[in-house]
Design a protein around this ligand. Structure first.
Ligand code: ADP
Ligand code: MG
Length: 258
């Protein structure tokens, strides 16, 4: 078996803030393998964004090690790209140039970057909007652009921080379907953060549940069910109950969206 793509070894994180003793994450140990679609599920404030920051290389662990391809992560890198809830597109660039942005900074010649960007805009079915400005697009479309931009640099790991949290229910559901389609094609390792149990049940190959104070890994569940999934099936109901049971034993249960 190949070594894990990402490995957390006894990872602890506390921020250097007023209350120094505030431990956010404690003794996290888990491994993520190539092409797994992982959902990190937990209530707000449980440290999910911190976990993505550690993998992205924006945040350093206070203790332990975060490994990527068996090496310590020391800095952000285009092999691990991050998509935020609020899209983070550049309003002064058109759609195509937004997608080409990471490519032009990767020393591609501009024309080549635009060609490549168009390929990825095609993938998210938005090439017809390449000359539009960001403000002309709906929330769901902006998020597809953000995903195209993150994929265009051909990362090994795609990090998604509650990417559909700002969308209405209908756009959220169509984006979930779209993401599954894209990921099946692109064959990436995905860490998808959510505080919705149902979203995790719909998307994940494996769910890592984070909760408690300090945040710990409460549960690591594999979901071997083909997509699209029926959340009312006995198998998924029993996984949901197991997750809720673990979370109800932690003290941050209230921040969870069921
Ligand atoms: P989540 O994404 O699950 O909501 P976060 O990782 O954003 O959780 O935050 C976990 C905890 O760490 C929260 O209590 C938050 O206030 C704290 N925190 C996050 N970032 C910082 C920071 N830069 N400095 C100090 N505390 C932080
Ligand atoms: Mg967060």
């Amino acid at each position: 078996m190949l070594p894990p793509k990402i490995k957390f070894i006894n990872v602890t994180k506390s921020y250097d803030s007023a209350s120094k003793s505030d431990v956010i994450l404690q003794d996290l140990n888990f491994e993520i393998y190539a092409e797994e679609f992982i959902c990190i599920l937990g209530p707000s404030g449980s440290g999910k964004t911190t976990i993505l920051g550690l993998v992205a290389g924006f945040i350093k662990p206070s203790g332990g090690n975060v490994l990527f391809n068996s090496k310590n992560i020391t800095r952000p890198d285009s092999s691990r790209t991050l998509v935020f809830q609020d899209y983070a597109l550049f309003p002064w660039l058109n759609i195509l140039d937004n997608v080409a942005f990471g490519l032009t900074t990767k020393n591609h010649k501009n024309n080549h970057a635009r060609e490549k960007a168009l390929e990825y805009l095609n993938m998210v079915e938005l090439s017809a909007y390449k000359d539009h400005s960001v403000s002309q697009l709906s929330g769901g479309m902006k998020q597809r652009v953000a995903i195209a931009r993150a994929l265009a640099v051909d990362p090994e790991v795609l990090l998604l921080d509650e990417p559909f949290g700002a969308l209405d229910l209908q756009s959220r559901e169509s984006m979930q379907t779209e993401l599954i389609r894209l990921m099946t094609k692109a064959k990436k390792t995905v860490l998808f953060v959510t505080h919705s149990v149902d979203e995790a049940l719909k998307l994940a190959d494996r769910i890592l549940v984070i909760g408690g104070k300090p945040g710990k890994l409460l549960c690591d569940t594999t979901i071997a069910v083909a997509r699209p999934r029926d959340l009312n099936s006995n198998q998924l109901i029993s996984i949901r109950n197991k997750i809720l049971d673990k979370l109800s034993q932690s003290d941050l249960f209230m921040g969870l969206n069921i």
